[in-house]
Ligand binder design. Structure first.
Ligand SMILES: *Cc1c(COP(=O)(O)O)cnc(C)c1O
Length: 409
């Protein structure tokens, strides 16, 4: 989103008010050029090694976003058979897709493996089952829990000792026993530390843990360091310095490969990094309430459309698109759901009047994919702006969509 000299916002030259007129409000809008820029930032930072990007598509599974990713050489990481199916519908070959489940029934793993995807095994029981079922006929990766605590907050950490994810690195002997017993073909070691990790240090720390464990697996082709890069939430926010991370990891990875005796692939699975900043949730102010305690701006949306503030306490910068030059005033920005659904507390915004269009930033990741129909509210439409053209990529829901699965008896 850019602010022009005339003090109006636009996305690739398109006025968001025009988008509301054409597609309605509230509206999810994605800027394809931002996605392409983020992908090339990552590719550039790791240009010196054989690096593959596996987009963690739970962040945003719109088919058009997945197709865009595929066209620019990004592969997929999925966490459910549903995401696997959506990925294949978007044109991905199954062998471009990694299934990284968390304690799922073994049938789900079988579905993915039989379809041709590769799996990150996340428990000893699943590893045993995999060995009994496939022996050495199918390759797999092992998700290691490195016992490293890093990430924005405890709710989005996934590699500390108490985390449910992966097989603890302390159980390496057990892993090796099972692998040997069933002659399992381990082609990769994986870990995913968490989300909103700013510094290079945790990535280096977990990389070293995987490199050390790798010595016990002679057939590796892949080291997968997961996702979790921190993005910008505020103008001027500190984010993961991708070039610095790239330089540091590249150096260690090259050293590891030469010790290991073979050139391996390095995989990353970013979700947020690739799509968060590309997305905006555009809403309208409904009621501005001057309360003795607080000024409230109600909007025509709520935690049903964007749950991150209530779920993780995450920050979403807000723009007043209609009155960008207005007098600064302090508001609580809240939704229309009958539940406390605060988007922002004590937020200074240019004065808001009823009807003003507001934009929530960083709405491209974990926005619509985490949305619900709570309060029998419909989900917004989604629009992708690419090469200067705005296209509808999901229509707004109707009451019929809500009732589709109900059965009257
Ligand atoms: C969610 C997830 C990611 C992506 O995390 P981001 O913080 O969005 O980059 C990567 N890998 C796995 C296994 C995940 O579950």
């Amino acid at each position: 989103m850019q602010l022009s000299e005339q003090n109006t916002y636009n996305i690739q030259g398109i006025d968001p008010h025009q988008l509301i007129e054409d597609f309605g409000s509230p509206l999810y809008v994605y800027d394809g050029s931002t996605i392409k820029r983020k992908v090339s930032e990552l590719q550039h930072a790791f240009a010196g090694i054989n690096m593959k990007i596996k987009y963690a598509c739970k962040a945003n599974t719109n088919l058009s976003i997945l197709r865009l990713m595929r066209e620019i050489g990004v592969e997929l990481d999925v966490v459910s058979p549903g995401e696997l199916e959506i990925g294949m519908l978007a044109g991905y070959a199954a062998n471009q897709i990694t299934f990284t489940p968390s304690g799922v029934p073994f049938e789900e793993v079988k579905t993915a493996v039989d379809a041709g995807a590769i799996v990150n095994i996340d428990s000893i029981p699943l590893l045993k089952w995999f060995g009994q079922t496939y022996g050495n006929t199918k390759p797999c990766l092992i998700r290691i829990k490195p016992n490293v605590a890093a990430g924005g907050n405890i709710k989005i950490m996934t590699a500390h000792a108490d985390s449910k994810f992966g097989i603890s690195v302390l159980l390496l002997d057990q892993i090796l026993d099972v692998v040997k017993k069933y002659d399992i073909k381990i082609v990769g070691l994986h870990q995913h530390t968490g989300s909103d990790i700013k510094d290079a240090e945790p990535f280096l720390q977990v990389a070293d843990i995987l490199f050390e464990a790798a010595k016990h697996f002679p057939d590796l082709e892949i080291i997968d360091l997961g996702g979790g890069f921190k993005v910008s939430y505020l103008p001027g926010d500190a984010i993961t310095d991708m070039d610095l991370l790239g330089r540091k990891i590249t150096e260690r990875f090259k050293k590891f490969c030469s010790e290991y005796g073979r050139e391996l692939q390095l995989w990353f699975e970013p979700g947020k990094f690739l799509v968060s900043e590309s997305g905006f949730l555009i809403v309208n102010a409904t009621v501005v309430k001057e309360d003795p305690a607080r000024n409230f701006v109600h909007v025509n949306s709520g935690l049903n459309h964007l749950i991150r503030p209530m779920m993780y306490g995450s920050y979403h910068h807000i723009l007043n698109l209609t009155n960008p030059g207005g007098e600064p005033k302090v508001y609580n920005v809240v939704g229309y759901i009958c539940e406390t659904d605060t988007f922002a507390t004590d937020r200074t915004l240019p004065e808001v009047s009823p009807g003003d269009a507001l934009a929530f930033l960083n709405a491209g990741a974990y926005g619509l994919t985490m949305s619900s129909n709570y309060n029998a509210r419909m989900r917004p439409a989604e629009v992708l702006i690419d090469n200067g053209a705005a296209k509808l990529i999901r229509r707004r829901e109707t009451i019929d969509d809500l009732l589709l699965t109900q059965i009257e008896i």
